[in-house]
Each structure stands twice: as structure tokens, then as C-alpha cells.
Design a protein. Sequence first.
Length: 221
Amino acid sequence: MAKSDVTTDMLPKSLRILCFGDSLTAGYTSYGWEFHPYADHLRAGLQHALSTSDIEIDVAGLSGDQVQGSYLRRIKAKCANTETPYDWIIIMGGTNDLGWGQQPDTIYEGLKKVWKVALDTGANVLALNVLEAAADREGSRRKLLNEKIAKADIPPNSYSFDLYNAIRYTDIEEDLRKRLWDDGLHLTSEGYKVMGDVIAVRMLELLKMARQPKNIGPVTE
């Protein structure tokens, strides 16, 4: 959404966001020597459009963590220890679980518990699905998990975003792949910029939708 599409009455005065997940949320790249969280570019994209809003973004990305690992404990602690509740919590998980052989149903049930903790705080949830990878051993399980994550799209406070198709590993030019992908699993700094940019577009769509007047049907006798 372009900045010109946003009117003053659509702008929230403040916006608190938590980006929660694993190494892809932390911005892991260069084999852990550098971190470039997508949150930095998400903030820039939102701030450009919501010029009068005070935007605060926290990042809680733990490299190697699994949904079946410490996700639930971490999200509970993060939500309990914040003085001001989050307006939005963006949750990405499942990559490491798939890598360790977990089944989509098991991962999905774990994600639902994590989403519920976030929703119970009054926050809106944006669930990101699982990115592609160079070694596609988990291809069929990833596809099934992503289909399940799409079920999180239950307005008015739970939504999903198809990150898998927004940032592809296959079906793109080799030069672009080298620019976006670091080790076949994690992204480069440019890749995380793209990640932040596309999530910002989705967030702005949702914010605009939330600010639009609700259509009221005709009154019938």
C-alpha cells in the first residue's frame, strides 16, 4: 500500500509489535557472525506509511529453537514481562521442527498454543508460514504445515501471511538467489530486507482493513 493510500484517520497513534520466532526472526546470516532482523526493515516500511505513528518493535528470535522446544515458555514469559501489551505479535515457527523430523500435525498443534497465548493478551496475531530451503527433504511436510498455518487467518484478530511464496528459493534467477539466500536455509542481509518489506505490505493491508468503516446491511422488518 502506498503512503498516499493512508489517511490521517487510519493512522494509529502508536503501534507495538513483537516479532517472535527462531533464527530467521533473529536475522541469522553469515553462519551466525552477523544478525540482520527483518524487524528493522518492517519498522522502516511501516514508519514510511504511518508517518505520524510511534512504532516500537521488539525482536525475540532464538536460533535453533523449535515450536516443540521452548516456544510456549518463551512467548508466555515475553508477554508477561512487558509493561505495555503488544498490538501485534508476528509469529514464525516450524523450520527447525521440520528439520528434526517433527510431523506437521504436531508442529501445528504447538503453534496453536503459542498463537493462543498471544491472542489472550489482546494482541492481533500474524502467523508466518515456513520458508523454502535448498535441501528440500521436508518438502511434502513443509507444504502440509503451510496449509495448516493458513488456517490461522481468522479475522478480526488472527491472520496469516504466505512468506513461502513471497521469498522463493526455487523458480528464481540464480543471481537473485545468491543475493537473497545465505546458506540455503537462512537469508542474507538483503534477503531479510525483502522479508521485512513484504511483511510491512501485509501489515499495512491489515491496518487499513481494520480502520475501514464496517458495512452494515439493510434493516429488514
